[in-house]
Design a protein around this ligand. Structure first.
Ligand code: ATP
Ligand code: MG
Length: 554
């Protein structure tokens, strides 16, 4: 992280620092609302905010934006912290909650009222909407807009005391109902909600709105650069108006900077939609390996480095776009290539009997664990083995270089075999192959280097471990441009999970959850969190074929 990245936010920071602003250094924050699990889009924001702090020798706070009592929960708080730490970032001792500022925020609201810059409005939500006007028509002033400061102070304190019902009154900023920016048309800053809050309990009957709480939380924490996503661009004038109105020094107070949200093909990055998938049981939970949540990606076998590298590579944009999920997969493959030991697993087994191999013999053949890191293990080999069903074809085309009747193939780390006979059941299904072994073809023997076009993987029958392997595919199907047609539920990929009973070489017997492997020729897999030595479970993280390289070079 030595070289400073150049993107427009870093440029703004460079200018600010060069101008002598912010003598205490760069201070950012990551502000999740604890109403769901973090997803890959949040990872982008985390990498950006914590990354800016690291690159500029500054600080980044974790701040829960918990102003919406009815949707929030401590379950989410815990998962958010686990995910940020897992990604490799630290907020040190700077964990804050907007709800910690409720008293201060209330005082700021009182100051606004005293300055004649806020008023209590009795209009209903529906009426407020009608009065607001449209993009082409100015709004209309509320009949309650010109209440006296005293009346406003009295009503606001009674709102706090719980004298009114939900929706009966709100506190609004008094700005300009004719502003071309609708956010500036007397934005609502407090609402009544007789609701229990996950931290403040029943202490409050009024809650600040995001537009009010967020800039002030930033200012209270001495944030310098408040980075958020593009949908808040129209809210920036209010952000500035509020801090100006409350006399925060224009040279020292935080500034809001917007960047484009990360969207990915073949999935959704909206907490609302992700919650729907969980609540309506389309997936097995927030950490289902098909989910783009950080806990789902982790269970799928994603590594923090893969996600960080991906976020770095996509950069910081000013206009929204959809990133091809193949690019995320590319970075996973890149990282797992280094990290994962190579082993052999047969996902859809076909039995092979080696007719000329001695019946009572088992030998142990050396096999490299990793092409560059080295390490060895010994694979049992005997008369009965399994190969991948797809690696045999009865009526094979000319270019099929795996096993076919009369044809030869090399068994990885072992011998060359030839298929002599195909055994079928009464329905014509292939149940077994009878093959003969070239006993002189293993490593160190005269035929070790005999040229054979195809090499396939295998496992030995007696030692292979029956395991559950979950083959995941994309959550959503999209058209060739990555677009989802209509309702996303209708686009759910019906084949996003296929579970197979695989046979895996015995070296994995005591493997621990979270261990990464490359199953030779089959892809990268990770040991699931529910896996035990009694019942091994593997999740496919990603296949071996890098379709991103292809897309990129187009
Ligand atoms: P959602 O729309 O999924 O509910 P949100 O914006 O409401 O997301 P927050 O918990 O408020 O979720 O988000 C915390 C921070 O993460 C915010 O600063 C938000 O801008 C940022 N963020 C959320 N989604 C994305 C995304 N897809 N790309 C980049 N940043 C994001
Ligand atoms: Mg939000």
């Amino acid at each position: 992280m030595s070289e400073k990245k150049t993107h427009f936010i870093q440029n703004i920071i460079n200018e600010d620092l060069a101008a002598g602003k912010y003598p205490d250094g760069v201070h950012t924050r990551f502000p999740p609302e604890p109403n769901g699990y973090l997803h890959i889009g949040h990872a982008k924001s985390i990498c950006l905010n914590f990354g800016l702090a690291i690159e500029n020798d500054g600080k980044c706070n974790l701040r829960y934006d918990d102003t919406n009592p009815t949707k929030e929960d401590t379950e989410y708080v815990d998962s958010i912290e686990e995910d940020i730490k897992w990604l490799g970032f630290s907020w040190d001792d700077r964990k804050f909650y907007a709800s910690d500022y409720f008293e201060k925020l209330y005082e700021y609201a009182v100051i606004l009222i005293k300055k004649g810059l806020a008023y209590v409005d009795d209009l209903s939500a529906e009426e407020i909407r009608q009065y607001r006007g449209t993009l082409t028509e100015p709004g209309k002033e509320s009949p309650y807009r010109n209440r006296s400061v005293e009346e406003n102070l009295d009503l606001f304190s009674r709102m706090r005391a719980g004298e009114f019902k939900d929706g009966e009154k709100v506190l609004r900023a008094k700005i300009d109902m004719a502003s071309p920016n609708i956010v500036m048309r007397d934005t609502v800053i407090y609402r009544i909600a007789h609701a229990h809050h996950h931290r403040t309990g029943d202490a409050w009957r009024i809650y600040p709105m995001y537009d009010f709480a967020h800039p002030l939380s930033d200012a209270i924490e001495n944030i310098t650069h408040s980075v958020c996503t593009l949908e808040f661009e129209e809210h920036r004038p209010f952000y500035d108006w509020l801090l100006d109105s409350l006399d925060f020094d224009a040279n020292a107070r935080p500034k809001q900077i917007e960047f484009a949200r990360l969207n990915l093909t073949n999935t959704v990055t909206s907490k609302r939609k992700l919650r729907q998938l969980v609540e309506e049981n389309y997936v097995a939970g927030w950490d289902d390996p098909r989910m783009p949540t950080l806990s789902g990606l982790r269970r799928r076998g994603y590594t923090p480095a893969a996600i960080r590298n991906f976020c770095d590579e996509i950069g910081v944009a000013k206009s929204n776009s959809v990133v091809n999920i193949a690019m995320l997969e590319h970075f996973l493959r890149d990282d797992l290539n280094e990290r994962a030991d190579r082993i052999m697993a047969v996902l859809k087994p076909l039995k092979v009997t080696l007719t000329n191999y001695p019946e009572d013999k088992t030998e142990y053949l050396p096999a490299d664990n990793h092409p560059t890191r080295g390490g060895k293990r010994y694979l049992p080999f005997s008369r009965e083995i399994y190969i991948e069903r797809d690696d045999f074809m009865e009526d094979a085309p000319k270019k099929f270089f795996r096993l076919k009747p009369g044809g030869e193939v090399r068994l990885k780390h072992a011998y060359i075999i030839r298929c002599d006979e195909v055994v079928k059941d009464e329905n014509g299904n292939i149940t077994e192959l009878k093959c003969s072994v070239d006993m002189e073809s293993k490593s160190g023997c005269p035929n070790a280097n005999r040229k054979i076009k195809g090499t396939i993987h295998w496992v030995e029958k007696n030692s292979a471990i029956p395991s559950e392997v979950r083959l995941y595919d994309y959550l959503l199907t999209t058209d060739e441009n990555g677009n989802i047609s209509g309702d996303f539920i209708a686009s759910l990929n019906k084949n996003s999970l296929e579970t197979v009973n695989a046979l895996i070489e015995p070296s994995v017997k005591y493997t621990a959850p979270g261990t990464h492997y490359q199953f030779l020729r089959m892809g990268y897999f990770v040991v699931d969190k529910d896996s035990t030595p009694q019942k091994l479970i593997f999740n496919r993280s990603v296949g071996l074929k890098d379709s991103w390289a292809k897309v990129k070079d187009k």
